[in-house]
Design a protein around this ligand. Sequence first.
Ligand SMILES: [Zn+2]
Length: 284
Amino acid sequence: MLRRSIFLTPLLLLPVRAETRPLRIVASFSVLADMVRNLVGDTASVDSIVALGGDVHEYEPRPSDLEKLARADAVVLNGLGLDRWMNRLVEASGSKARVIVAGAAVVPRQLPGGITDPHAWQNPLNGILYVQAIAAGLSQVPGITARASAYIARIRALDQWCLSQFAGVPVAQRHIVTSHDAFGYYAARYGLQILPVRGIEDAEPSAEEFAALATRLRAARGEVVFLENLTNPALLQSLANETGARIGGTLYADSLSRPDGPAGSYLAMVRYNTQTIVSALHGQ
Ligand SMILES: [Zn+2]
């Protein structure tokens, strides 16, 4: 409360300044925050609720989140069931922010049991839809149309580059195993067959499920197993040991890396994942 009153006082004294302050935009997780930063440049401050390396599927809100959201001018969500907790948080904060759902125009990937796959950003073509939705929601930001066009051109070029990378891998070899079901949209775009060890946000498999998975992996010789930046690698490592499958590297699914890491931005993440998968599949 103390911090709040200190913060509010100068605004009350300087109403003109308050009106001209930079916009405050809050995104639910790091991928969206990076997209927003590319669109607003230095005209707005951009924050992410889930910190780098945090789990956006299941997030435990902190009191400071409410404060951030209460002060936000715009809030950017993924939608598709990923960050439902954000809606409750925005409401609880009493925020008057405009809410932008980045994934609103995506054709959802439906899974058995009526579950929607929320990981749409992993397909760069969906990334473009995200950018268009965010830019439309923030249309009052100076220069956003030009920044959006330039950014979309970079995403499009990245998609073409990914296609060219996979063109060198025979379709029959494009089988991979991942920690959780985060690469369905990516796989559909680049013709991959993916066997996720866990579902979207399921618990770890039981002993029976693990045995069944090992049997499937042994039957499919030459499978490559990928770890993920947010998931405990022990399960996949033991699966690889048991079946003789190779560990192909670590993929970035639901969080960017630190800025100096291999996946410090959305573009870098897709590029790094593609390099990791393609070079592992070439090594078969
Ligand atoms: Zn996920």
